[in-house]
Design a protein around this ligand. Structure first.
Ligand SMILES: C[S@@+](CC[C@H](N)C(=O)[O-])C[C@H]1O[C@@H](n2cnc3c(N)ncnc32)[C@H](O)[C@@H]1O
Length: 409
């Protein structure tokens, strides 16, 4: 089975990188455009209305937008919603000509170092992310972008900010070789190797590829909304969506806020660590800053057990090693129960749901996420439940990704 699954390694975010708009900005757990396309190919009829309640970088929304399929996507992270709205926007010739001339102004300002007062983001331990000269140049670019707000349309400024995001991450010390982000040491540049020159090269490359990709046709713009997946029915129409295609957070302690912090601080979506922790506490499986201490204090109401027979045994096993991790796993599935009952309300009768999930391992205890999801779908009334493995994840042995699908009667 392992070998067979290996064939499906193109079902990862890496497969998105060379693709047009899909590669505008990376997020480690983004899933592949091919995966969404395959599900849509298998399942689609003319009257499809798609929902992705865990938007992330907007993969589902973009596939639907390019194919002309009506789609709504929601998330609790405002930065990711901005990214998705920008990726799925139609750009006119004027927007793109303006984008190129605005980019020239950025290059000009950076070359002549025209900005005296540089704003830098209030991110903790800023110096770990960028060296002084890099920070100065990034601050200069951001200043110019802000200064152009009365000259260019918000669409033009948005794609300029995408170029900025690409540059800021390439020139940071963040390393994405692991499951989530870590820091590498600043490299010592020679005196001939100036940060500003390197940044200009990266900027021009980013602008060129965004310019090319932004020409691709968008046939239907998706609805992109801020909404907690545990409260879908308050915002979305009931009994409406024929296909749900999504990838929820996995119960693996990966924090989206942690990974997205640099973009979010630079673009003004975060002001301080407290705000970051509070946003992560709203996230299912969030575990950054205050979200961690809140998890440690969280106790589930005894009246609502998780409907998976082995769940108490799994939690008990983890609790012998770490009380907080056991609470973390419990809270993750507790929140998912809320989400799934809301999902049932907004999915159309006869509609299908497709959840791409990954199992996890804490100490020597496997959490069979796919089986728990299948049990939760069943308990809330979905039928025809099916679990299909898609690929082996490389980070640890025994870790796989699956599609768990089901139908609403
Ligand atoms: C695995 S990512 C989705 C990746 C996406 N499929 C892609 O291709 O980029 C999970 C997403 O769920 C979002 N999320 C976490 N908790 C949420 C909640 N309570 N309500 C809505 N979205 C939430 C996170 O912000 C994150 O963007």
């Amino acid at each position: 089975m392992t070998q067979q699954l290996g064939l499906f390694n193109h079902f990862t975010h890496k497969a998105n990188l060379k693709q047009t708009r899909y590669g505008w900005l990376r997020l480690t757990p983004a899933y592949s455009v091919h995966l969404v396309e395959d599900i849509l190919d298998d399942a689609l009829s003319g009257d499809a209305i798609v929902l992705d309640p865990f938007c992330g970088t907007g993969t589902t929304a973009l596939v639907c937008a390019e194919r002309g399929i009506p789609c709504t996507t929601t998330d609790i992270n405002p930065f990711l919603l901005w990214l998705t709205a920008t990726k799925t926007q139609s750009y006119s010739t004027k927007d793109l000509t303006d984008f190129m001339s605005a980019s020239e102004k950025v290059i000009d300002s950076v070359t002549h170092n025209t900005v005296n007062e540089i704003w830098t983001p209030p991110i903790h331990q800023l110096e770990k992310w960028w060296d002084h000269e890099t920070l100065h140049t990034l601050g200069n670019i951001m200043h110019v972008i802000h200064d152009m707000k009365d000259t260019y349309s918000s669409k033009t400024l948005d794609i300029l900010k995408i170029a900025f995001c690409r540059v800021l991450i390439i020139h940071s010390s963040a390393s994405f070789n692991h499951q989530s982000m870590s820091f590498k040491k600043h490299t010592n540049r020679s005196i001939f190797d100036k940060a500003v020159d390197n940044i200009k090269i990266t900027w021009e490359a980013a602008v060129e590829s965004i310019y090319d990709a932004a020409h691709t046709e968008i046939r239907t713009q998706p609805g992109v909304h801020l909404c907690d997946a545990k409260q879908l029915s308050a915002l979305l129409p009931h009994n409406h969506y024929t296909h749900v295609i999504t990838s929820p957070p996995y119960p693996n302690r990966m924090s989206y806020i942690r990974e997205l912090r640099p973009y979010m601080y630079w673009l003004g979506y975060l002001k301080d660590g407290r705000e970051a922790g509070e946003l992560d506490w709203q996230a299912i499986g969030g575990t950054w800053g205050i979200a961690t201490s809140n998890t440690g204090k969280w106790s589930p109401p005894t009246t609502r057990p998780i409907p998976y027979a082995q769940f108490p045994e799994i939690l008990g096993g983890i609790a012998t090693k770490s009380d907080i991790l056991s609470r973390y796993v419990h809270k993750y599935f507790y929140d998912m129960v809320d989400h799934i009952s809301e999902l049932l309300v907004v999915t159309k009768s006869g509609g299908s749901i497709n959840y791409i999930v990954g199992n996890s391992k804490f100490y020597d205890i496997i959490i069979p996420t796919e089986e728990v999801f299948a049990a939760l779908f069943k308990a809330s009334g979905f039928v025809d439940i099916n679990i299909k493995p898609i690929r082996k994840r490389t980070s640890k042995k025994e870790l796989y990704e699956y599609i768990v699908s089901a139908r609403k009667v």
